[in-house]
Design a protein around this ligand. Structure first.
Ligand code: AR6
Length: 173
């Protein structure tokens, strides 16, 4: 089964790529972003800073993704994506969140990764309700796996039992 649920700190995973739930600056932050930069070491921030800005202060617009090396992580690559901030559901949040998963998987394919781990993008500081975000994550990953022959192992890295339970429930549907 190519989709796995792990209740774990994503920075500890031995996969080819981990996805970072970043902000548009790509210069670090709290949550999983802070944990990834902390575990990867300062080389990751240096590499992010060197990425081109698409407009002042923005290296990755919401819904897009960028790739860097993994530096001090076990993962060879970090795929930084910027999820939407939850504003109640009428601000294109679902489409932007779906785009994060698709764009991350597209970059993973370009890097020929055989395994990739996602956090619950937007479900922390950005306030996206997990019961709405997780079905989007699962739908996009399943759709992608269904249309690509590459045998990619996809891990959903969950912080906490409650989040893992939501993924298990959605995957069982
Ligand atoms: N491993 C796995 N999951 C984690 C980890 C970890 N080490 N740490 C947190 N989570 P968040 P967002 C979970 O807030 O909502 C940053 O400041 C967390 O419990 O990290 O997309 C960025 O710079 C939650 O379920 O990301 C942005 O400014 C999920 O990861 C902003 O936060 C996502 O929570 C992005 O907010």
């Amino acid at each position: 089964m190519p989709i796995e649920i792990h209740q774990t700190d994503i920075t500890t995973l031995d996969v080819d790529a981990i996805v970072n739930a970043a902000n548009e600056s790509l210069l670090g932050g709290g949550g999983v972003d802070g944990a990834i930069h902390c575990a990867a070491g300062p080389g990751l921030l240096d590499e992010c800073r060197a990425l081109p800005q698409v407009r002042p202060g923005v290296r990755c617009p919401t819904g897009e993704a960028r790739v860097t090396g993994g530096h001090g992580l076990l993962a060879r690559h970090v795929i930084h994506t910027v999820g939407p901030i939850w504003h109640g559901g009428d601000s294109d949040e679902a489409a932007l969140l779906a785009s994060c998963y698709r764009e991350s998987l597209r970059l993973a394919m370009e890097q020929r990764v055989a395994s990739i781990a996602f956090p619950a993008i937007s479900c922390g500081i950005y306030g996206y309700p997990p019961e709405r975000a997780v079905p989007i994550a699962v739908r996009e990953v399943r759709a992608w796996l269904g249309t690509h022959d590459a045998p990619v192992r996809v891990v959903f890295a969950c912080f906490g039992e409650e989040m893992a339970g939501i993924y298990r429930k959605v995957l069982a549907e």
